[in-house]
Design a binder for this molecule. Structure first.
Ligand code: M6R
Length: 369
């Protein structure tokens, strides 16, 4: 059932273009209008939502962090993303106009389930984004939008993450559509580009050999750091999480702007730092700032592994290793920038002789709090 792959994780990484396409299927019509009939929360209720709260754990939490940028940008509804395990313990402010989105691959994560139960008790509406039909989280939610990743067997989440992003973008665009705000050219373009993203993921997958080689060369390192900004920040966190759980290495993700507030002290000779570079188009100020960060850490000895858009020449002089990703709209970049980080972690785990599909101490679904 591994279809000739050595590990389920490799198979699931390779399945991502299809998983993304399947999750989009039937949800956007030919003229770019979204129809999410399965979300049985009435348009009237959605129009009245005045706050969105996303709860999730682990990789799903990183998808939720990215979703916050998309939801706030396209809908202008305030959105916060919180670790499900923290949520109910701080007496969060929720009411009938709060939309809570619970993201979970398995649909059985106890922390997420307890968070959504708490939200419903306070009168909030709960929409689940879930990959497992009929699991507990969607059953206990007001509505569900299923991701169509197919079964994910490897403990480390990969294809579920990409489809969670797709589902979050669909919800964000649908909210914008229902509420009629900012429903202009930009959103139509994004809908079109979202439909093309599966092919871009396929393109990235076709260029991963240098990333594998690089990973093998770092097998004896103890630490890898990850930097990102804007939607690249959760991607950095996700890259670090993959490396912790698979390679058992000390891996930390930082918001690049925080470097000078502490983490830069960690930079020493030859420490590998993966930098997820925002598009030079779009928010170009951020791009320029991160290029300075790369210069700063390199001057202090870091080995820079730079993930940057095709055509971004500004990073070239400071990249010890350069990984190219296709051009995408700013908010969609995590769909392509996360892929090299998955491949990187998988290969490092293999090089270190670790059990890729079943990392030590971890379970695929965490059904205790
Ligand atoms: O099934 P869920 O999406 O609710 O699981 C949440 C986390 O336990 C999960 O994403 C975990 O962090 C993965 N092992 C990460 O690869």
């Amino acid at each position: 059932e591994k279809d000739g792959y050595d590990y389920f994780m490799l198979k699931e990484i390779a399945e991502q273009p299809k998983a993304v396409a399947d999750t989009l299927l039937g949800r956007i019509d030919g003229s770019g209008v979204l129809s999410l009939d399965e979300v049985r929360i009435s348009e009237e209720v959605l129009r009245e939502v005045d706050k969105v709260v996303i709860v999730a754990c682990g990789t799903a939490y990183h998808a939720g962090m990215i979703a916050k940028y998309a939801i706030e940008h396209w809908t202008r509804i305030p959105c916060e993303t919180e670790l499900a395990s923290e949520f109910r313990y701080r007496d969060p402010i929720l009411d009938r106009r709060t939309l809570v989105i619970a993201i979970s691959q398995s649909g059985e994560t106890m922390d997420t389930l307890m968070a959504l139960r708490h939200a419903r008790e306070q009168g909030a509406k709960v929409l689940a984004i879930c990959n497992t039909n009929g699991s507990t989280i969607p059953r206990e939610s007001d509505a569900v939008l299923y991701t169509h990743a197919g079964p994910e067997v490897a403990v480390a989440s990969t294809k579920a993450f990409l489809t969670q992003l797709v589902a979050c973008y669909l919800v964000a665009l649908y909210l914008a559509q229902v509420r009629g705000n900012k429903w202009g050219d930009e959103i139509r373009d994004v809908v079109r580009e979202l439909a093309a993203i599966g092919d871009q993921v396929r393109q990235v997958l076709g260029t991963m050999e240098p990333v594998r080689e690089l990973a093998r060369g770092l097998a004896d390192k103890n630490t890898v750091l990850f930097l990102g900004r804007h939607v690249g920040y959760p991607v950095a966190l996700e890259g670090a999480l993959k490396l912790k759980e698979l390679a058992y290495m000390h891996a930390e993700g930082f918001a690049a702007g925080e470097l000078k507030h502490g983490p830069i002290a960690l930079i020493e000779d030859d420490v590998p730092v993966v930098v997820v570079v925002p598009s030079p188009r779009g928010r170009s100020v951020l791009h320029d700032k991160i290029v300075s960060n790369i210069q700063e850490i390199r001057a202090r000895g870091a080995r820079t592994i730079v993930i940057a858009e095709e055509g971004d020449e500004a990073v070239v002089p400071y990249a010890d290793h350069l990984v190219r990703i296709p051009r995408t709209p700013v908010l969609l970049q995590p769909m392509v920038s996360a892929v090299p980080l998955q491949v990187f972690a998988c290969e490092l785990a293999t090089a270190r002789g670790n059990e890729v599909d079943q990392p030590r101490n971890l379970a695929k679904s965490v059904t205790v709090e």
